[in-house]
Design a protein around this ligand. Structure first.
Ligand SMILES: *Cc1c(COP(=O)(O)O)cnc(C)c1O
Length: 236
């Protein structure tokens, strides 16, 4: 299957999942996860209408982004961000999905101010509590949210999570529902000038289940571009 055929199929599945969940398709945005794929492949996707791309490593993005063609594209950092890469991340990306500590948030905010940028950020929440997963513990989410609500150079938009992998994607539903609940809880505290609206959740294997639970940003790689040849750690 070509990238175009894959995209058409995913689009159709997104429409069906939104209908089933009684949601508008306009509330769900597809991020094409381009990690490990070269700029030529990304350019092919941009040429046929992909508007959002996701990379999980700052260094890889730094190498590839200069070779992207001139389409308007929104760039998402979806992988773990080490604080020593924060400056490059702010330079390269419009969205950062992986804010997971006040320290990191402070650093990104300060750098955004220095660079005159205003990135959209999400807090990555660790609901799986597996040793390889990044993200903040639920118990610390409130304090980080308060910081972000007042961070002058950041636009705090919502939450992101990477659930454990289950053979049967419907097993993931409670994790996605929990993230949605956490977003509601934060909004109910009325800390924010604008309510938080974004839930970044769902990948190739389980995006329909994520849409069912309210995903607004789905991160899909394999189902668009095929299997990645390199072995890489999810989110690293
Ligand atoms: C690689 C990656 C994805 C995409 O995974 P697929 O299974 O290829 O769709 C989504 N989110 C994150 C954080 C990733 O690292």
């Amino acid at each position: 299957m070509s990238i175009k055929e894959n995209l058409n199929e995913i689009q159709a599945r997104m429409v069906a999942a939104c209908e089933k969940a009684n949601r508008s398709i306009n509330q769900t945005r597809l991020i094409a996860v381009t990690k490990t794929f070269p700029a030529e492949v990304i350019n092919e996707a941009l040429a046929i209408g992909v508007t959002d791309i996701g990379e999980n490593r700052v260094q890889e993005a730094e190498e590839k982004f200069p070779n992207l063609s001139n389409y308007k594209v929104c760039r998402h950092l979806i992988g773990h961000l080490q604080s020593n890469n924060a400056r490059k991340a702010v330079e390269l990306f419009d969205w950062i999905h992986s804010i997971d500590s006040i320290n990191l948030a402070e650093r990104v905010n300060r750098i955004a101010g220095e660079l005159g940028k205003h990135p959209s950020v999400l807090v990555q929440v660790d609901l799986a509590k597996e040793p390889t997963k990044n993200g903040i513990d639920e118990s610390q989410l409130h304090d980080l949210a308060i910081y972000l609500a007042n961070a002058e150079h950041l636009s705090f938009r919502g939450l992101m999570t990477i659930p454990p992998y289950f053979e049967d994607p419907s097993t993931t539903l409670p994790y996605f529902r929990r993230l949605s609940e956490l977003l509601n809880e934060l909004n109910n505290k009325k800390l924010f000038a604008q309510p938080l609206t974004e839930l970044s959740m769902g990948m190739s294997h389980d995006f329909e289940v994520a849409i069912q639970a309210g995903a607004t940003l789905i991160r899909v790689g394999t189902a668009i571009f095929g299997n990645r040849s390199k072995i890489i750690l999810l989110g690293n």
